[in-house]
Design a protein around this ligand. Structure first.
Ligand SMILES: Nc1ncnc2c1ncn2[C@@H]1O[C@H](COP(=O)(O)OP(=O)(O)OP(=O)(O)O)[C@@H](O)[C@H]1O
Length: 705
């Protein structure tokens, strides 16, 4: 049975229900008749909330810096009390019982006023149900749209039941399908702080086939077809302006290590690209190379393997795409044509769906007007649709790991012609989450050996242990480019660390967001549940908010990102699924509501602002009870980026690790250099724009791992 047949077979009716819309103006106008005041929880629902509330009252604001006026009404808000308990119940108890969930969904999908007759049959159930409902996804499309039709098939009971996810803040459609346990929103990413949920419910990552996302083996079939990106030239080349600090890139130190590196180039002209590529670069608004591009382009053009580490937002994507495309053009690539088995010359892999889609759009932009065809495929979307795209021709395949393995398994992609293998966010691709999958990829039948292909790895963070693992993928004589401090934060981001206890965080968040106004802000939290909760909470505070995390269906994730990108929802609450790579114009603030567990994750998260020479701000809530282990690496990151280090943070760092500490709890703070240097010592230090000298010879290099 072909994919098409299976798709037709499993389409089932779906349930639509009304949901409120969380857009400020609609909220104020009461357009949809809903209100967001939550009924104060009954004492039974409060669970241990009273003691927590006591704690909350006691702890108040820690020593966090005041950022402006508080909403005077906030502390008396009805939400506060009920929610306080609701939240902590949510985070500490298992609230996933189907009965409660179903009550929440079966009515109006959440956000119901406790006085609403539908929700108030039992204050306990109503309260929980309404909160559950808050986690419901709020579709934008009409109930008759294709998306709704498609996603109506994504049902499953599963042990997680109705885990529909959070609001799509400014959705303009009022449809909600009370489906249970859709897995389509999952997969494709396993953030450190995210639960990993598979069809079996086990905490291990599986390919989409194994996990059932493709519908081949088990679990629901995913039928979401993402809308095609706009085809007009203006949209393809839409870009934002480089910022005032773009020229400061020239002063960043660049270190190249490895044997016989080619000299850096200083201008695009020196790259000797073909006219079409040069036109595309100009249309993209690029006039000057960033440091990582100055070094990486000639290295890749010279046929060398590369591991490159450069700060967030400094143009790593073009650093690999341009030389690959240049090679393809030079080699006279055959125009794509329909074939059941496509054999791309380049495979690019990245850890999240949104990121790989972004890379694809960049590939499409730079290959515009050439015969090179880029295709993207990622989890949470209909496999059949991806296959239809692929069979039409594919020179560059952009894929998330699970989906890639699925497509290879379906024999739609052959690997024999692969000349370039790119791992973006390489440390993430090689860690415990995706590493096994990547190993499978390089040992797939047909995949050229590392000697026969060119392998390129990019990230803003490349810990030593990952560099060692990478040896399996790269030729022994690979080059290592480090732009600035490896693993360091972008200096264009002004970092502030506030000491805020967990019970004061929400109040502080609202205070800051009110101060910020409509400037685009990403709020990072630790868990998917909390992302839903905080997004809901902010909506109740009349702050237009949407959310993205791994439990949301792909359609919802894309909708959320779209609403955030266009400014419809200026606040995006996210888990670490959005920490890496996402390049969104005008994100002026990142708030770490919860600090991540690793410093690398922190660096990536705050790198969503301050991109490409623009400035940004990052505010992080440091909870003494849970974040102490991060104090020391934070002090290092802050001081390396020439930021003010709060005295209290330094004290914690010292008290945690003692004077003279040199590492942190998880080993080294940074992979400070190309790890091979630790064994061979010699490398060269350059400022951007000057050629590098030689480093260890490749024969010696082989001994490092
Ligand atoms: N030479 C250039 N001139 C102007 N803009 C550029 C240049 N290179 C890249 N950009 C733009 O800078 C932004 C950031 O680039 P990109 O997303 O590739 O950064 P990155 O280094 O991959 O970041 P991250 O580490 O967060 O993944 C993009 O909007 C990109 O189009």
């Amino acid at each position: 049975m072909g994919d098409e047949d299976r798709e037709a077979e499993i389409i089932k009716p779906h349930i639509s229900s009304y949901v409120p819309v969380f857009e400020k103006d609609r909220y104020s106008s009461g357009a949809n008749g809903d209100t967001f005041n939550r009924t104060p929880a009954s004492s039974s629902e409060m669970g241990d909330g009273s003691s927590r509330r006591d704690h909350f009252m006691r702890s108040g604001f820690a020593s966090g810096r005041s950022l402006g006026n508080r909403d005077p009404g906030f502390s008396n808000n009805k939400f506060e009390e009920g929610d306080s308990s609701g939240f902590w119940r949510e985070s500490s108890n298992d609230c996933e019982d189907n009965q409660t969930r179903n009550r929440g969904f079966s009515k109006r999908g959440g956000y119901q006023d406790g006085n609403d007759s539908e929700a108030s049959g039992s204050s306990r159930r109503g309260g929980r149900g309404s909160f559950r409902g808050c986690r419901g996804g709020f579709g934008r499309g009409s109930p008759n749209s294709d998306y709704e039709q498609d996603e109506g098939t994504q049902r499953s009971g599963g042990i997680f039941g109705s885990r529909r996810s959070a609001l799509s803040g400014a959705g303009n459609g009022d449809t909600f399908q009370s489906r249970s346990g859709s897995r389509s929103g999952r997969g494709g990413y396993k953030g450190l702080n995210e639960e990993v949920i598979t069809g079996s419910g086990k905490n291990s990552w599986k390919s989409e086939t194994e996990g059932g996302e493709s519908g081949d083996t088990q679990g629901p079939k995913v039928t979401y077809i993402p809308p095609p990106p706009p085809e007009d030239e203006d949209s393809i080349f839409a870009h934002y302006q480089t910022g005032i600090n773009f020229d400061k890139y020239d002063t960043i130190l660049v270190e190249v290590s490895g044997h016989d590196p080619p000299p850096a180039i200083l201008t695009f002209e020196e790259a000797n690209l073909c006219q079409t590529l040069n036109n595309n670069i100009a249309k993209a608004g690029y006039t000057k190379l960033t440091p990582v591009q100055k070094y990486s382009i000639p290295i890749i053009q010279g046929g060398r393997d590369l591991m490159a580490c450069a700060q967030t937002g400094s143009g790593k994507t073009a650093a690999f795409l341009l030389p690959i495309l240049a090679h393809m053009m030079r080699d006279g690539i055959t125009a794509s044509r329909f074939k059941e088995l496509q054999e791309p010359e380049c495979i690019i892999v990245a850890p999240t769906r949104e990121l790989i889609n972004q890379i694809y759009l960049e590939a499409r932009k730079f290959s515009f007007g050439t015969c090179v065809r880029a295709v993207v495929t990622y989890g949470g979307t209909q496999l059949g649709h991806s296959i239809r795209q692929i069979v039409q021709g594919c020179n560059i395949l952009c894929a998330t790991p699970g989906r890639l393995m699925d497509i290879i398994g379906k024999e739609k992609i052959g690997l024999r012609q692969v000349k370039y293998l790119v791992l973006d966010e390489a440390d993430r691709m090689l860690d415990m989450g995706f590493g096994p999958e990547m190993k499978k990829l390089i040992s797939c039948p047909g995949m050229p050996s590392k000697e026969q292909r060119q392998t390129l790895m990019f990230s803003a963070t490349l810990p030593e242990e990952i560099q060692r693992l990478a040896g399996e993928f790269l030729k022994a004589n690979y080059l290592f480019v480090a732009v600035g401090q490896v693993g360091g934060a972008c200096r264009d981001v002004q970092q502030t660390i506030l000491q805020v206890g967990q019970y004061s965080k929400r109040e502080k968040l609202v205070e800051i967001l009110r101060n910020i106004g409509d400037e685009r802000t990403m709020v990072f939290v630790e868990t998917k549940k909390k992302a839903d909760f905080i997004a809901t909470f902010l909506c109740q505070e009349k702050i237009s908010t949407t959310s993205i995390h791994g439990d949301r269906e792909q359609r919802e994730r894309e909708q959320a990102l779209g609403d955030f990108r266009c400014g419809k929802c200026p606040v995006l609450v996210a888990t670490s699924v959005a920490a890496r790579g996402l390049d969104i114009e005008n994100v002026q603030h990142v708030i770490n509501f919860d600090l991540p567990s690793t410093i690398d994750e922190y660096v990536h998260r705050i790198g969503r602002t301050g991109r490409c020479g623009n400035t940004g701000r990052a505010i992080s809530f440091f909870d003494l009870e849970s974040d102490s282990q991060l104090a020391q690496p934070l002090v290092k990151v802050l001081s390396d980026a020439q930021q003010d280090v709060p005295a209290w943070l330094e004290e914690i760092a010292l008290s945690t690790y003692g004077p003279g500490f040199s590492g942190n709890a998880r080993g080294n703070v940074f992979a400070s250099v190309d790890t091979r240097k630790n064994y061979h010592g010699k490398s060269s230090l350059n400022t951007a724009g000057f050629s590098s000298s030689q480093a260890p010879n490749p024969v010696d290099d082989e001994s490092w791992d």
